[in-house]
Design a protein around this ligand. Structure first.
Ligand SMILES: C[S@@+](CC[C@H](N)C(=O)[O-])C[C@H]1O[C@@H](n2cnc3c(N)ncnc32)[C@H](O)[C@@H]1O
Ligand code: SF4
Length: 390
């Protein structure tokens, strides 16, 4: 690939603490504990400086960060001093593009209005609110600490302060009625002026409490056909409200796609700092290859390992097949699909399967672009299994 084209660089900052652990969540999140702010600043700093050296070493052609994302965990619990430090030093080290997108994830129960104002003053220009459900019954089921009233307050505050608001919602629970969900969603979209929505159907992740409950039969998932009906009808409602689906679970008004996540899905370059965060950079030696930087997952281990000098748990040069499969898997999540020329070696694709999927109108392959047709996006994982050579 042309070296000049791979010039986007993002920064992901992981904050691993939450007020409580949700029973469905397998993100690297831990219940809040007392921390030493200065130590956290030192460890983040040592990682940023190490990545600066790395970028010079592998000679990436980039100019200024185009996105910065505070994710978690619950970054709205981050001490302001830490956020401020990271924004300042990363601007100094990497530079910021004029239109940089700086997102922070906020939980409705872990912020206050004053904090939103302070985030804005620090340069955060996009807030992602974890509302999760529009119904107290399901908020309770999900073990959330907030209720609908808290969502209302958080979104009212957010709309007065930010111009770019995203909301995370989960839906299609066992027992949920489609008509109820649709009227809740309609009512929600009529009440708030949002720019972006992420809509997820519950997945059962190993190691979570829901995983055990599911195994014991205490929690059931809805049938695949019902899940597909929920998906289709939600797409229609969102379209009517001028939200365009641009990824399997993500919808944006015109001009408000999440630039940070697009960098992941387009397999660009990103740095990941903080416990469990990982980064990926393209290296242009004789052969182009991708390098992955994996951080220690445990917050205390990460903190102490990085305090004096930076230390990643693992730095791996991804082999070409792994890297190609990742590029394809991420790219096909996008509604616009993937430019097939991004794949270095097309032998990862089973062309017999591709032809078959094309004949069944499940995927389309025109010019250089391979894409999953909208109706079938919900089945992306099984499509990929069929498409990729073992
Ligand atoms: C890093 S988490 C969220 C950040 C924030 N702490 C919160 O909970 O609002 C990103 C999103 O993934 C979704 N999510 C997490 N676990 C999930 C699961 N098991 N199934 C479906 N969606 C899930 C939730 O909507 C969540 O907001
Ligand atoms: S608040 Fe968010 S990150 Fe924390 S446990 Fe719940 S879903 Fe996971």
């Amino acid at each position: 690939m042309n070296k000049k084209k791979q010039n986007l660089l993002s920064l992901y900052v992981h904050w691993p603490y939450c007020e409580s652990k949700c029973p469905y969540c397998d993100f690297n999140s831990h219940v809040n504990e007392a921390i030493n702010v200065n130590d956290w600043i030192k460890s983040y700093k040592s990682q940023l400086l190490a990545m600066k050296e790395e970028l010079i070493e592998i000679d990436i052609n980039f100019k200024n960060l185009n996105t910065l994302f505070f994710g978690g965990g619950t970054p709205s619990l981050m001490p302001l001093k830490v956020i401020e430090f990271i924004i300042d030093i990363s601007s100094e080290i990497f530079g910021f593009k004029r239109d940089i997108e700086i997102t922070l994830e906020a939980n409705p129960n872990s912020y206050d209005r004053k904090k939103f104002n302070q985030f804005k003053q620090l340069g955060i220009n996009r807030i992602s609110v974890g509302a999760q459900s529009l119904n107290n019954k399901y908020l309770n089921f999900l073990g959330r600490l907030h209720n609908i009233k808290d969502v209302k307050i958080a979104l009212t505050d957010a709309s007065e302060i930010f111009d770019n608001i995203s909301v995370d919602l989960m839906y299609a629970f066992n027992g949920q009625k489609i008509d109820d969900w649709i009227s809740e969603l309609e009512n929600f979209l009529n009440t708030y002026s949002l720019q972006h929505l992420s809509l997820y159907q519950l997945t059962i992740e190993e190691g979570t409490r829901f995983f055990k409950d599911h195994k014991n039969g205490k929690i059931k998932l809805i049938e695949d056909d019902t899940a597909a009906k929920f998906y289709d009808i939600s797409n229609k409602v969102l379209n009517n409200h001028k939200f365009i689906k641009y990824e399997v679970s993500n919808y944006a008004k015109k001009g408000y796609k999440c630039k940070h996540n697009l960098n992941y899905w387009n397999s660009e370059n990103w740095i990941g700092i903080g416990p469990g965060a990982y980064g990926r950079l393209w290296s242009y030696g004789e052969n182009k290859s991708r390098i992955e930087y994996q951080n220690y997952k445990n917050p205390k281990t990460w903190l102490f390992k990085n305090l004096k000098q930076p230390e990643f748990e693992k730095i791996t040069k991804l082999n070409s097949k792994v890297s190609d499969i990742d590029t394809l898997t991420m790219g096909l999540r996008l509604y616009d699909g993937i430019k097939i020329s991004k794949i270095n070696n097309l032998s990862i694709i089973n062309f017999k399967s591709l032809k078959e999927l094309q004949n069944k109108k499940i995927i389309s392959f025109k010019d250089d672009t391979l894409k999953v047709n909208e109706k079938h996006m919900i089945k992306l994982n099984s499509i990929l299994n069929y498409l990729i050579n073992p």
